[in-house]
Design a protein around this ligand. Structure first.
Ligand SMILES: Cc1ncc(C[n+]2csc(CCOP(=O)(O)OP(=O)(O)O)c2C)c(N)n1
Ligand code: SF4
Length: 484
């Protein structure tokens, strides 16, 4: 493979056992642009040998594969705390913390805020894409009012979940920071401004002037459920309305009255800054959307005679394993059962491992965590090896027939091998392997839910593409004719 030489970056990235020259970011992701700008600034200023990057947990987790400098990985939300240690231990170094908005604005807010208040000698580059990217698009403190995320499927409602957090404006109340600014990477002009601001953060650290915070508005097309152009337009038209671009603190002095006034003016400029005009983001069909409209499924009703069932669905991202779990949860909702769906992801949005837990119960559910499932569905070998030993006695493991079953599940657990992937291919719809697995669950009667609800939920999962819904129903019925 040809090597792409990027300034300040390694020539190739030995990620996941492969030597690639591509990053793991989705097409159109702001992180990809920001990573490149940071690498360039570091190299142009001749600071690579002096720079310590503190890497986050979030979509930016793999920056140590990309930037050719020293790295320390911090636990989620702890980059500013780790950067404090690094810049104190190595005062000669240029220390840069890289954090997402979940990382800095939620779990790590106090770390970051106190470090800024102490005026630690590091630069914090804070990527605000208005949600938790890596874990599948949950609400972050920066989520806009009305914005649809997986945990605000009907739009963020401030009366329930508060208002968006303005990190720059809050940090600008502190005495110590020498530089606080907000930029964006949504178009070329903004990218050039972002580049200058990133250089400034490095220069401040090079000259040991103090704490600097740079917030960068960034598109996340995958979780906005938009193409790259629409995601960039969302950044400009919606995010900037809430988070105006600008400099909130210039070296050593607080934001004066003049600048404060300018900020307010900026806020009102152009389009009207009306909350009402912020429509919920129109998302395309996704495994993360609830299939059923808000009022389609009434609230759960207690029924102690319905035993609790715990499910685990596991495989690679892209195999529809999360949708399959959600299909069961939505079918349970249709039957007014208590239910929870709890997804879990690897760091890569595409092709990484994914699993979800589903609990269906006749009584309120205490915890969404499923450590010992009654039913385990595995689409690949790592999933089988990781979870098969945990299945409850009397439980069942359904595994795709392509998965080598080298170790047996525990005694008293039934193992069923099922040709989900092969059948989907033979039926001419390879993506429907998850529907084939649903057929196995139905045949084995292990959901406790009626055929009608399961089919209705399956069809509803394709609400934006009704023809596909009907096709999948047909394939489901066809697959059920197959003998074990
Ligand atoms: C202590 C801890 N809590 C939660 C998580 C799960 N987690 C990993 S990344 C992430 C959110 C990342 O979102 P953000 O910081 O906004 O970065 P993005 O992926 O959008 O760049 C969460 C909640 C974790 N890894 N560790
Ligand atoms: S999920 Fe979003 S933030 Fe994460 S890599 Fe993809 S586009 Fe970027």
């Amino acid at each position: 493979m040809a090597e792409i030489c990027q300034r300040g970056m390694y020539k190739t990235f030995p990620r996941s056992g492969k030597n690639t020259s591509f990053t793991h970011y989705c097409p159109g992701c702001g992180h990809g642009i920001i990573n490149k700008l940071i690498a360039e600034a570091c190299e142009e200023l001749g600071l690579q040998d002096r720079t310590i990057f503190v890497d986050p947990v979030g979509c930016g987790v793999f920056t140590y594969y990309y930037w050719d400098a020293a790295h320390i990985s911090a636990a989620h939300g702890r980059a500013s705390a780790v950067a404090t240690g690094a810049c104190r231990a190595r005062p000669d170094a240029v220390t840069i913390a890289y954090q997402g908005d979940g990382d800095l604005g939620a779990i790590g807010f106090n770390n970051a805020f106190q470090a800024a208040s102490r005026g630690e000698n590091f630069g914090c580059i804070f990527v605000n894409n208005s949600l938790y990217g890596m874990t599948g698009g949950q609400m972050a403190p920066t989520t806009l009012e009305g914005e649809t995320t997986t945990t605000t499927p009907f739009g963020r409602d401030p009366s329930l979940t508060g208002h968006p957090l303005h990190v720059c404006e809050v940090f600008a109340q502190l005495k110590a920071p020498v530089y606080i600014a907000r930029v964006s990477v949504a178009d070329t002009k903004r990218i050039m401004q972002a580049k200058q601001a990133i250089r400034k953060v490095f220069e401040i650290q090079r000259d040991r002037k103090g704490y600097a915070l740079l917030e960068i508005l960034a598109p996340c097309p995958t979780n906005f459920k938009m193409n790259a152009l629409d995601a960039a337009a969302f950044c400009i038209n919606e995010m900037e309305r809430e988070f105006p671009l600008g400099v909130f603190r210039e070296e050593g002095r607080g934001m004066g009255e003049e600048e404060r006034g300018k900020g307010e003016e900026e806020r009102g400029k152009g389009e009207e800054a009306s909350v009402l005009s912020l429509r919920p983001v129109p998302h395309a069909a996704s495994c993360h959307d609830l299939f059923l409209e808000k009022d389609a499924a009434p609230a759960a009703v207690d029924d102690p005679s319905f035993p609790e069932r715990r499910f685990k669905f596991a495989g690679y991202g892209g195999q529809g394993i999360l949708s399959l779990g959600l299909c069961i949860a939505e079918a349970a909702r249709l039957e007014r059962r208590h239910t929870l769906w709890f997804p879990s992801y690897g760091p890569e949005q595409r092709g990484g491992s994914a699993n979800c837990s589903v609990v269906v119960s006749g009584t309120p559910i205490g915890s969404p965590a499923v450590e010992h499932p009654d039913v385990l569905v595995c689409m690949n070998q790592p999933a089988y090896e990781r979870f098969a030993g945990d299945v409850k006695k009397g439980g069942i493991v359904i595994v795709d027939e392509t998965v080598p079953v080298e170790t047996r599940p525990p005694e008293g657990v039934r193992l069923v091998r099922w040709p989900a992937i092969r059948m989907a291919e033979e039926f001419g719809v390879p993506k429907a392997a998850n529907t084939m697995m649903l057929a196995a669950l139905k045949k084995l009667e292990c959901t406790g839910l009626s055929d009608g609800s399961l089919e209705k939920s399956l069809v509803a999962s394709f609400k934006k593409k009704p023809a596909l819904g009907e096709k999948n129903r047909e394939l489901l019925r066809k697959a059920e004719q197959t003998e074990f």
